[in-house]
Write a protein that binds this ligand. Sequence first.
Ligand code: THU
Length: 157
Amino acid sequence: MKQLDITTKVDVLAYDELSASEAILTSLAREATERSYAPYSHFRVGAAIALDNGETVTGANQENVAYPSGTCAERSACYYAHARYPEARFKAIAVAARGTDGEFVADPVAPCGACRQALLEYEILAGAPVEVLLCGRDKVYRLPSVASTLPLAFTEF
Ligand code: THU
């Protein structure tokens, strides 16, 4: 028997350790939580995607009374980004969330499985790693790529 050893390297940073572009992206993700529509969960998530054309696109979770019809912040951002700028390639994504108390969550939230798969599509299109920044209240988790969030991902057959 052989074993695969799959590891994910996560940098844990204070906000003042981020590069200038990372600081802007995390700040846009945090701001995007204010545009969340979450009357059912009251869990407000924001995402910001930096594109190689210099634009930044944000998204926020959009809930629906028919619960599964809603969508997460990450997918609202990535689908909008690619619909708006189909030629642009993703460079980085930041995600932030506020809990039911309205405060930013202490520990960073990570994209759900469906969002990881959706984001992976655009990383493959980009042909280069898309940096992932997960924002907590006082710390940021930085992952080198979307693929590193989704080991053994389903890819083209
Ligand atoms: N949600 C996101 O927007 N992104 C995630 O990564 C996890 C969950 C949303 C979906 C739903 O509107 C709310 O958070 C509670 O699950």
